[in-house]
Ligand binder design. Sequence first.
Ligand code: SAM
Length: 283
Amino acid sequence: MEVWPKRIMDIWFTEKQSPNMKLSLRIKNILLNKTTEFQDILVVETEEYGKIMVLDGAIQITEKDEFCYHEMMAHIPICAHSHPRRVLIIGGGDGGVLRECLKHPFIEEAILVDIDSEVVQASRDYFPHVSSGMNDPRATILNMDALTFIREHKHEFDIVIVDSTDPVDFAAGLFQSPFYTDVFEALRSEGIMIAQTESPFAEASLLKQAYKEMEKVFPIVSLCWGAMPTYPTGFWTYTVGSKTVTPEEPRNPAPLDCKYYTSRIHSNSFVLPPFLEALIELK
Ligand code: SAM
């Protein structure tokens, strides 16, 4: 009699990162699969990266590598500023950037504006470590379109962090100069903004567009980069717009429990390889 091999679970999640590139992860468990008013949310447990959250087919966070991105997004602008007190996070409904901002004792208030309350709830339900900052009394969470919110707030924030989904549909405006003008006006006199600006290998034109649009508005614009394994190509960029201070040097110390960000990483992340300088036409 023929003996069949023991059945193993062999289910995979695949993110189509470009027409010619995919990332596949073997799944242990499907935890949440729903469609909200704004997007599809999928939470699955993977063998390689632990639990992951996927919005409209694109990986947003994984338990294993989220710190790389969240620490850079929060600590680069906060440590570059001489005395930041109020932070605005646009998007970022998973709470990872919020958690990092609140590691600084001098941050008095952090407001997170994500259009989709169900992303916030999914993070609370499945990613307690990532969403832990949501319970901090200094945190306020609002569910509305950040494009509307930012227009109604002038000279209120020291730091604005744009932690958005890819620039399509309701997130498209977050990569354009009218929005950066609103961010500029929402910032106080020494204000600094940072936005995730994609991979120079996967989305070179988007990165260049965001950088050039920010240059139309901010007197100082600077690009930095870091590792982010599960985002397309693993090479991620962040663009910083500043009203007065140069963002390359940290003025505040790194929180003690960082796993990616250090003061040396801060300065060194602004050192660009020549192909990146050429892309944003620095040289
Ligand atoms: N770090 C992630 C990445 O690059 O893949 C982004 C994480 S965070 C989950 C992105 C959030 O941006 C989503 O929860 C989405 O609802 C929110 N978002 C997109 N456009 C928005 C808008 N116009 N106003 C407020 N939130 C928005």
